[in-house]
Design a protein around this ligand. Structure first.
Ligand code: DGL
Length: 276
């Protein structure tokens, strides 16, 4: 038994899709979430930057006493999963392997599309993971710049979403996929518009549920489930952006109240030394 919280992080609101699955499957667990809104989007950033950001967030979560860290962000998983596993002494879970397993479970043809941020697509983490797990899947990966901004701007449907999503997803038209992995945790919040453009015969898959099952497996294996069961866990949210906006959009998207949203401010980077 272990009463400490589970830490979850993302560049902003997207990881709430994973937190929701965790809250549903493990209602007794305390959850602490950090959305790094001030530094989103992560997708166009370098691997080194995301490693630094992820290490800073892990330190913050560890200072809150977390017993496990869920990287609810594909971009940070691609850049920093291995690093955090090497440098922290709690289990660290990413969202890519669960996403690949979920796709493997539902595809009939083995032709699977993956959409994600630039760094996720460039890292080829989905291809490497599918190969490592010996799935035999044939993946077509597409970077989708601008999708995350739609979510953070609260425009998940409407003319701008149609334009940005439609223009990009037309690239998948000739690939004959039967499953599309939403390889960015923001994208389930765009699911209706994505489905409208990719075709209703394509099954959309997100990593949220599979990630939550993986967390439960680890808690069961380690005996770290919180007890006594039946007393609901607390949900604490930190954002490096504006807490009122985070709460408003988070509640709108997820349909449950975010009653405890707190601000976290990163210390300002030191100014570069002046030339003498
Ligand atoms: N939710 C993050 C992901 O899964 C979005 C990254 C971003 O901020 O671009 O990759």
């Amino acid at each position: 038994m272990n009463d400490r919280p589970i830490g979850v992080f993302d560049s902003g609101l997207g990881g709430l899709t994973v937190l929701q699955a965790l809250a549903d499957l493990l209602p007794d667990e305390h959850l602490i979430y950090l959305g790094d809104t001030a530094r989103y989007p992560y997708g166009p950033r370098s691997r080194e930057e995301l490693q630094r950001f992820s290490a800073e967030i892990a330190d913050l979560l560890l200072a809150q006493g977390v017993k496990m860290i869920v990287i609810a962000c594909n971009s940070a998983t691609a850049a920093a999963l291995e690093l955090l596993r090497e440098t922290t002494d709690v289990p660290v879970i990413g969202v890519v392997e669960p996403g690949v397993r979920a796709a493997q479970r539902v595809t009939s043809t083995g032709h699977v599309g993956v959409i994600g941020t630039q760094i996720t697509a460039d890292s080829k983490i989905y291809e490497h993971t599918a190969e490592h797990l010996r799935t035999g899947l044939e993946l077509t990966t597409l970077a989708c710049p601008g999708f995350v901004e739609l979510v953070e701007d609260g425009e998940t449907t409407g003319p701008r979403a149609d334009e940005v999503i439609g223009t990009r997803l037309v690239e998948l038209a000739d690939h004959d996929i039967d499953v599309l992995v939403l390889g960015c945790t923001h994208y389930p919040l765009l699911a209706r518009t994505i489905k409208d453009h990719v075709g209703r015969g394509v099954t959309l898959v997100s990593s949220a549920d599979e990630t939550a099952f993986e967390v439960r497996d680890i808690l069961e294996r380690t005996g770290w489930m919180r007890e006594p069961a039946g007393i609901p866990g607390t949900r604490t949210f930190f954002t490096t952006g504006d807490p009122a906006r985070f709460r408003e959009l988070g509640e709108r998207f997820l349909g449950f109240p975010l009653t405890d949203v707190r601000a976290h401010h990163w210390p300002a980077s030191p100014a570069p030394a002046a030339d003498l």
